[in-house]
Design a protein. Structure first.
Length: 109
């Protein structure tokens, strides 16, 4: 069975990834047969302004460790009979925004 999983992903003020949500999927061997990164979407706010707090009277984003949220989407090939193990592990990351079963013959993008 194949699953498309979209995770919440954090970015720093320079637009660089600040975490790797797929690494938080904790599974025993043999559950995932293959995994493919499909896309990473940075947050629109990174490109919106140099300092999102400028002129607001609050501390600058540099001072408060600003981290913006985007997404990271993967397609996983899961071993037959291990679907519940996979889904539970993904949900336990608390970073999954969407888990969708995809037919094997469909394109991944």
């Amino acid at each position: 069975m194949r699953y498309r999983v979209t995770f919440r992903k954090r970015f720093n003020k320079d637009g660089e990834p600040a975490d790797f949500p797929s690494a938080r999927v904790d599974l025993p061997g043999g559950v995932v047969q293959d995994a493919e990164l499909i896309e990473i979407l940075p947050p629109a706010s990174i490109h919106a302004a140099e300092d999102i707090n400028a002129g607001s009277g609050s501390q600058s984003s540099e001072d408060n460790g600003f981290l913006a949220f985007g997404t990271e989407t993967w397609v996983y090939d899961v071993a037959d009979g291990r679907e519940d193990d996979f889904k539970n592990a993904v949900l336990n990351t608390e970073l999954a925004l969407d888990i969708e079963e995809v037919p094997d013959e469909s394109p991944t993008t």
